[in-house]
Design a protein around this ligand. Sequence first.
Ligand code: GLU
Length: 553
Amino acid sequence: MSNVWQQLSDVMFPQVTATPAELEKQYPPRALKEGARVTRIAPSPTGYLHLGVFFTAMINRLTASATDGLFYFRLEDTDKKREVEGGADDILRGFNTYGLKLDEGFVAPNTVVGDYAPYQQSARVDIYHVYVKSLVEQGLAYPCFCSEEERLQARETQEAQKCRTGYYGPFAKCRALTAEEAIARIQNGDPYVVRLRSPGDESRRIAFDDMIKGKIEMPENDEDIVLLKSDGVPTYHFAHAVDDHLMRTTHVIRGDEWISSVPKHLQLFRVLGFKAPKYAHVSPIMKEDNGGKRKLSKRKDPEAAMHFYAEQGYPADSVLEYLLTIANSDFEDWRRANPDSDRSKFPFNLKKMSVSGALFDMNKLNDVSKNVIAAMDAKTVTAAILAWAKEYDDAFYQKLAADEAFAEGIFAIDRGGAKPRKDMAKWSDAPDYAAYFFDDGFDASWELPENLRPEDAVAVLNAYKTAYDPAADKQAWFDGLKALCPSLGFCPEVKEYKKNPDAYKGHVGDVSTIVRLAITGRRNTPDLCAIMQLLGLERVNGRLDAAIAKLSV
Ligand code: GLU
């Protein structure tokens, strides 16, 4: 039966012939096992991957993986004002760099996978129109011709009357238009948006269970919200309902700035005849500032951008591992109990996420990352440092690439074994860490500790030059140092020395400090025996000579 609303819908959408039923068929429920969760991340192409968005994506990924579900990427590119050229690629590259696997939708720049396409809202306008047409046909949506000016005026009236502002109830002027009046205005060429005829009542409340925040109650939505803007492009609210339904999302996990929109969204799902997804709203990542807590800010905090971690050279594993510690506070206990397990085995639980917002702590990230790096083998570390340096530190890259075996030798020292050193938190620590292995990075301005006299150090170095055996292993090397002590007036045993310090110039530790300073310019280094072997006899002798000369002036 052709009614007046149907006539109106035909006038508004003459090109739309498909029906919701056809779309339901085209995008059927997914063939996943019972309980599998379908999640998504749906950023706008702003070219900027915020830590918070990455964190939310990770939570979505974990939620899907924990249930053998699926996690997809949808591009929400209907707001041209926010769009940056190539802005989706940057975001995807960010996900790819940090090993956050996308199963469907855009999975990498220019790479789309999946049967629920298009995964880009700007290419879905025809789909939205099918549903809006259907709503108009049922009298559940209508064209609104109010100009900006009229809306401002209405707002002033509302403020003067001390009423809630917005387009609702008696203030929803175009709600009262008959289909005939609306048709006449459309045929007259008047611009319009399409609004929902909200069935809500402000005095009633809706309750829903947020999987992170718990039970939430809010007044029903009674606003006739905009579904399509005047250019026919949908609003976020409407696109969210249509897309998450047709893409068969089971769990919408998103930033908590959307929580106040949930009444609108639940209403849209109901009006459209869709089953609503479960919602989980992630609190923003916070930072300590002047004794207080505030949201990480794109403007003030470099660490708010995922790019920062790539630039600093944090391994993807470190970032993911750290973010898990702030996602579920029991992750660290699990990690201690399962030091070698794959992260994906951690029983992640949405319900254990912080309601008030997890606190970002750079020192903690560094600690986590030091552990991650300490567990890597030399080949992996060298390859990662080369890749990082190639992009961010060309001079260092040239040095390493000139002799990759030597580079690997540097990063192999004190690696493996029961107690690996934890000197590096990120690849940008490597240039300093490795500096003295290169002649132009060796800092000759070192100074002897105050308890040692230069002439005693010169005597140590002269004796050591003759005694040093490049073939000695770590134990023999240390025994060699000890053997030098008595003739130079140093005590070979620290314990002995402590009993009677006045009888000696120092102990074996002081002797090794003198050699360490001469060879590396530093008091604290990894295994000096290995360092000297890698440097080679010629360089070792050169540095010993230089130290003798420096201390003799
Ligand atoms: N495009 C929305 C945003 O960038 C996505 C929100 C959602 O996940 O539903 O905030």
